[in-house]
Write a protein that binds this ligand. Structure first.
Ligand SMILES: Nc1ncnc2c1ncn2[C@@H]1O[C@H](COP(=O)(O)OP(=O)(O)O)[C@@H](O)[C@H]1O
Ligand SMILES: [Mg+2]
Length: 237
């Protein structure tokens, strides 16, 4: 496994956000954690990134325990996150936002090559590289957030509700791109999503989260056809 999380518990004071969730992601996999608003998805990603501490449990990345490792060290080890609602720096240009993703890296990356590759993946970012990020649409800001996470050539990309607030057509585009990054570039991806259908459609495996606990897990293709999942998460009767 590239990443293994064992019995994670996450609390905010008396609020128990995540209660004993375990999961693993093999190299090259695209895995989803699906669940409703408040299920604990962002808490899990923040814990994997090291932004939120776990109360108990264990996180391993590349067979090294990182449960208490600082966030910037995890980033340097190859874990990057596309945060909820993109969170790009509005006053910085598109190019400066990309550079912010490379900040603090020890080894020198071929940054010119990386930015050119990202502009080929996201042509709109190349066209607008000198514009403030605030002038981009919501969908374009999501692309910028993904590109910013990719600039450092991560081994594991964590993606938090990338479909939120996007029109269905844009959701499809972003999900196609994530799928392409996984299949063509071998990027390992963990998606967390309320949009169960769109994320299951591109995932190998998925975990279903309900109020902080994992209630189902399995191959995405099987979960799509599971009547319990369809009723609750996909809006089918
Ligand atoms: N900083 C926080 N302080 C207190 N409660 C929080 C905080 N962040 C999240 N929560 C609570 O933890 C639970 C899980 O939230 P979250 O991880 O954001 O879920 P999701 O991303 O699935 O919507 C919710 O009940 C939420 O209200
Ligand atoms: Mg969330």
């Amino acid at each position: 496994m590239l990443l293994e999380a064992e019995k994670l518990y996450i609390s905010y004071g008396d609020i128990r956000a995540v209660q004993g969730v375990s999961f693993g992601i093999a190299p090259g996999e695209l895995v989803s954690i699906i669940g409703a608003n408040g299920a604990g998805k962002t808490s899990i990603l923040n814990a994997l990134m090291g932004i939120v501490p776990v109360k108990s449990g264990r996180i391993q990345f590349k067979s090294r325990e990182i449960t208490a490792t600082a966030a910037h060290v995890r980033a340097r080890m190859g874990i990057r996150m596309v945060p909820e609602r993109a969170r790009v720096f509005p006053r910085l240009s598109v190019f400066e936002n990309l550079m912010a993703g490379a900040y603090g890296l020890k080894k020198k990356l071929p940054l010119n090559q990386r930015t050119e590759w990202l502009y080929s993946l996201f042509p709109i970012l190349g066209e607008r590289k000198r514009q403030p990020a605030s002038t981009l649409s919501g969908g374009e800001q999501q692309q910028l957030a993904i590109a910013r996470a990719l600039i450092a050539n991560p081994e594991l990309l964590l993606v938090d509700e990338v479909s939120m607030g996007l029109m269905p057509k844009l959701v499809d585009q972003v999900f196609d791109l994530l799928k392409q990054l996984n299949t063509e570039h071998g990027l390992t991806i963990l998606l967390v999503e309320q949009n169960a259908m769109a994320s299951l459609a591109i995932s190998h495996r998925a975990y279903v989260l309900e109020t902080g606990t994992c209630v189902h897990q399995g191959a995405a293709a099987e979960l799509i056809n599971d009547h319990r999942i369809q009723e609750v998460y996909l809006g089918h009767a």
